[in-house]
Design a protein around this ligand. Structure first.
Ligand code: BEZ
Ligand code: CA
Length: 586
């Protein structure tokens, strides 16, 4: 509460300052101190050093909990692309966990010589545990990155190092309560604040604007930042966010059990998950969904814009007699009903979200996540091998240990855990705390639409989500946005600080039959610094994504608007589409 009261006060000053436009800011180069001082908040802002620090001297930087292991000058490399910059590798809060292992929040900060005055926090992904190069990806298929555009960029392992143990090595940190909290939210604040302080030392000037861009677990981090650390960033882009990750993880055993019931069994009695649906079975689903729902938006172009009007039921595909390539078995139809209906407990109460039937179900990425390609009972779908161990180790409280008799049996042990997961006995444990685990996983992982302080700070939030995402349901993100709109006075008012862009056909962050190539940095910078909210985002079907429509462009529209063909000009060109308020038309 203390944090929020303080941020509200400072936020008022910040809003004025952002409203004052960037011209004045660029002139004196030291705007926030002035604006805040005028409101009497100068004591919260560290005075910058008079002289910029030499890159290598950052090795001796003294900040709370910080140890710098590398501070080196890196030459420009056009192939990355990366400009000449200073690379700082460091750790925060090194300690020994309850499991006797070493922990620290690791990070990499890259500081370009030609700095544009801005800071970008690059979101993580998966279970984190690795420090990825802090280049700052700005969307799929973009020729530049934030670093090459002059931003200082930081990345983090979120407080743990993935262990070299098959399947469960990325999740073993979940035994340590502090590592859970670091992964959930604490690393975002610690790394964000430390990066800002190092930036001020390096340039003798504070970052004028701070941004966050991430997808998936990285998208979740951005939403967590908007809620918990409302002054840390001015602009946040969250893609395909797992903002309810423990709930999404409960969907994993649900999917495994549903697909398993429709799959042939191996000699060991376990289902061969990948064989629950052949590729032609999945194509059958896609073709039927497309036939029913593509033209609901007025144009048969292989893209379902009007997803809310699409009420597909796979029962229309059920075989009257024996299973053939032209129909689905009863068990397959039941599996789809269960999976797309979303995980439920024995009372029929939703444990996660439901999922839209979309054109991406027969794309390779959908199979890779949901059922995999393994031809034995040793599963290789990502919801088993990547998401699966997260449920017992990180999200169940207290954690369940799920190791096989030998390391190469770990995938089978996780598989058995998911196959036998009891939704009535166990799913509530994501909302429970116990002993040394003082926060439930929903507490430390999830993000709620309580972002009034972020809004008051002048913060802007861009959400985007692919409708064919097989691991985090777009419907869950739509639900967040609807709740936010309810709390914020409706869509037009909410759109002044938060917008959601639904990406038809897109898989998890990229891929699928979609216009999945778009720049996420330009619109958030334009919004934060110029006050121009994105009325649409230009998206391209990327040839390198194996698209059926190379070069096709579409506007991505702010929810609840949808793209509609104007009826004139090429259907391959975004300029012939408009974002339309569909609800008003009916
Ligand atoms: C991801 O960041 O892609 C992710 C994280 C947890 C589970 C599944 C996916
Ligand atoms: Ca269409």
């Amino acid at each position: 509460m203390k944090r929020h009261a303080l941020s509200l006060a400072v936020a008022a000053a910040s809003t004025l300052w952002i409203g004052a436009a960037d011209l004045a800011l660029a002139k004196d180069g030291w705007p926030s101190a002035g604006a805040h001082a005028a409101k009497g908040h100068h004591k919260h802002h560290r005075k910058p050093p008079a002289e910029p620090m030499v890159c290598e001297d950052l090795a001796g930087a003294r900040l709370p909990g910080l140890e710098v292991s590398v501070a080196e000058t890196i030459a420009a490399d056009a192939s990355v692309p990366a400009p000449a910059h200073c690379r700082v590798l460091g750790t925060l809060d090194a300690r020994i966990g309850v499991d006797g292992k070493d922990y620290a929040i690791g990070f990499e900060l890259r500081l370009p010589e030609a700095w544009n005055g801005r800071f970008l926090f690059q979101g993580g992904g998966g279970n984190d545990g690795v420090i990825r190069p802090a280049l700052g990806a700005i969307g799929n298929g973009q020729p530049t990155n934030a670093l090459s555009e002059g931003f200082a960029v930081v990345s983090t392992d979120a407080g743990h190092t993935a262990e070299n143990v098959p399947v469960i090595g990325g999740q073993l940190f979940g035994i340590d309560p502090q590592a859970r909290v670091d992964y959930g939210y604490n690393a975002i604040e610690r790394v964000g604040e430390t990066a800002k302080a190092l930036i001020a030392l390096r340039y003798a000037e504070k970052a004028r604007y701070s941004y966050f861009i991430g997808c998936s677990n990285g998208g979740r981090q951005g939403m967590v930042a908007a809620e918990r650390f409302p002054r840390l960033f001015d602009g946040i882009v969250s893609g395909n966010p797992g903002y309810n990750l423990p709930r999404a993880a409960v969907q994993h055993p649900w999917d495994v059990q549903a697909f398993g019931a429709a799959a042939p069994k191996a000699a060991d009695g376990r289902p061969i998950l990948s064989q629950s649906f052949s590729n032609s079975d999945l194509t059958l689903v896609t073709d039927a969904v497309t036939a029913q729902c593509d033209a609901l938006d007025g144009l048969a172009d292989g893209i379902i814009e009007n997803q809310p009007a699409c009420h597909f039921d796979p029962a229309v595909l059920q075989c009257a007699g024996a299973k053939t390539d032209a129909c689905l078995s009863g068990a397959q139809v039941e599996a789809l009903h269960k999976v797309f209906g979303g995980a439920k407990n024995g009372l029929g109460e939703a444990l996660y979200a439901d999922w839209p039937y979309d054109t991406g179900v027969s794309a390779a990425g959908w199979r890779a996540w949901k059922i995999g390609t393994a031809t034995t009972s040793m599963p290789n779908s990502r919801i088993v091998t990547l998401g699966g161990p997260s449920l017992p180790y990180i999200f169940m409280t207290p954690p369940d240990e799920v190791a096989g008799a030998t390391p190469d049996q770990n995938a089978l042990a996780v598989y058995d855990y998911l196959l036998n997961y009891d939704f009535d006995a166990n799913a509530s444990r994501i909302d429970e705390s116990s002993g040394i685990y003082t926060e439930s996983s929903m507490q430390f992982m999830s993000a709620k639409p309580r972002i009034a302080p972020f809004r008051a700070h002048g913060g802007k939030l861009i959400l985007y989500h692919g409708t064919s995402d097989p691991v985090f349901s777009v419907n869950d993100t739509i639900a967040y946005y609807q709740q936010l709109a309810k709390r914020s006075g409706g869509y037009p008012r909410t759109g002044r600080f938060a917008r959601l862009f639904v990406v038809p056909g897109m898989n998890h962050c990229s891929g699928g039959p979609a216009t999945d190539g778009f720049n996420t940095l330009a619109p958030i910078v334009e919004w934060v610094e110029k006050g121009r909210a994105p009325t649409s985002i230009d998206a391209t079907a990327r040839p390198e994504n194996g698209t059926a429509w190379p070069g096709r462009t579409r506007p991505l529209c702010p929810y609840p608007l949808q793209a509609r063909y104007t009826g004139r000009g090429s259907i391959e060109q975004a300029e012939n589409f408009r974002c339309v308020n569909v609800s008003r038309r009916h």
